[in-house]
Ligand binder design. Structure first.
Ligand code: 5GP
Ligand code: MG
Length: 200
């Protein structure tokens, strides 16, 4: 008999502390999904087109959609902002890949979903792209919002948690491509992050 809920992965050795546990995430997603569904029904928007931003939002969006009792479709896009091992997007060039996005979103009510709102540049870029495809409305939802000075005027419509300006991984979020499978949102031990990869 294997205990699946709190089993220890080799990755756990790199964890400094749990910032948000899987239990808190689950409870908060119940509330957030109820709010989104309520707003959508009240607004009479009917169907929702979810646009998750790859790859960091995969775990969040899979948990979120199973809580949304709405008629919905999902189209993926990807925005790459942190090159290689860096933990900050400062000075990085953002690249959008349209993946499974249709050529037009005319008349559709879109909810763009991302893992974390940091500088805000990723969400702003995605929102601009989707609005340009003639979506009837574009709203945004993020799992995490870092409390730090903004680089954009856009504010996400739905936020699950506000967090301090610390680099976190887990629940879909990576460092150098790893740690996405950790079920909790955690910080990493000092020695794990490569100082040579950080911008000035
Ligand atoms: P922004 O464009 O808002 O500065 O950056 C958003 C993107 O940067 C997120 O989608 C995420 O991929 C990445 N990011 C920002 N902060 C963190 C963090 O603390 N941890 C991880 N793993 N990724 C982050
Ligand atoms: Mg991302």
């Amino acid at each position: 008999m294997v205990a699946h809920s709190h089993q220890t992965l080799p990755l756990h050795a790199d964890v400094e502390r749990v910032l948000i546990s899987r239990e808190r995430i689950a409870a908060r997603l119940d509330e957030l999904a109820a709010r989104i569904a309520g707003d959508w029904e009240a607004g009479g928007a009917g169907e929702v087109t979810l646009v998750p931003i790859l790859t960091g939002s995969i775990v969040f969006v899979s948990d979120l959609i199973r809580r949304l009792p709405l008629r919905l479709r999902v189209h993926l896009i990807s925005v790459t902002s942190y090159p290689g091992k860096a933990t900050s997007s400062r000075g990085a060039t953002l690249e959008v890949e349209r993946s499974s996005l249709p050529a037009s979103l005319e008349g559709r009510h879109v909810l763009v979903v991302d893992d974390i709102f940091d500088s805000g540049r990723t969400l702003e870029l995605a929102t601009r792209l989707l609005a340009g495809l003639e979506a009837a409305s574009v709203r945004s939802c993020v799992l995490l919002d870092k409390r730090r000075p903004r680089e954009v005027t856009l504010e996400p419509d739905y936020v699950a948690f506000e967090i301090p300006d610390e680099f976190i991984v887990g629940y879909g979020l990576d460092y150098d491509g790893y740690y996405r499978n950790l079920p909790d949102i955690v910080t990493l031990k000092r020695g794990v992050i490569d100082p040579a990869a950080e911008p000035g």
